[in-house]
Design a protein around this ligand. Sequence first.
Ligand SMILES: Nc1ncnc2c1ncn2[C@@H]1O[C@H](COP(=O)(O)OP(=O)(O)OP(=O)(O)O)[C@@H](O)[C@H]1O
Length: 127
Amino acid sequence: MAKNNFSFRARLKSFHYAFSGLKTAWQEEHNFRVHCIAAIIAIILSFVLHISTHEWIAVLFSIGFVFVCELLNTALENIADFICPEDNPNIKKIKDVAAAAVMISSITALLIGLLIFIPKLISLALR
Ligand SMILES: Nc1ncnc2c1ncn2[C@@H]1O[C@H](COP(=O)(O)OP(=O)(O)OP(=O)(O)O)[C@@H](O)[C@H]1O
């Protein structure tokens, strides 16, 4: 029964676990670091180019979308390596499909970034 009681301490612990997951992804996944750098560049460009609220929503949603795909891909890779460390065609399929999700999210984010930033950069250059 006591397990169902709401506890701020338990909620804080959940945050701690989630941040520990982020730390693991940062330490172990090179792609995660690349996505962090891309996100920082996109946020700096957004401030510098004074994008609109709607554009901010698109940029932030794209960044979150890529991070979520990357983190789920990392979790899947770890499960796959844990249950089957040897070469296995099914594991290859699972990892390749998960990697495809990251690729699609990254291409989508890149296209959204280009749509928002390129016209602003061109008009800035032509001023
Ligand atoms: N156990 C396995 N059996 C068969 N093929 C595998 C196995 N592990 C990995 N592979 C193949 O090798 C590719 C790379 O695997 P890996 O686990 O290194 O992923 P990665 O995307 O390179 O990792 P990272 O995100 O660390 O850069 C996979 O996409 C898959 O095609």
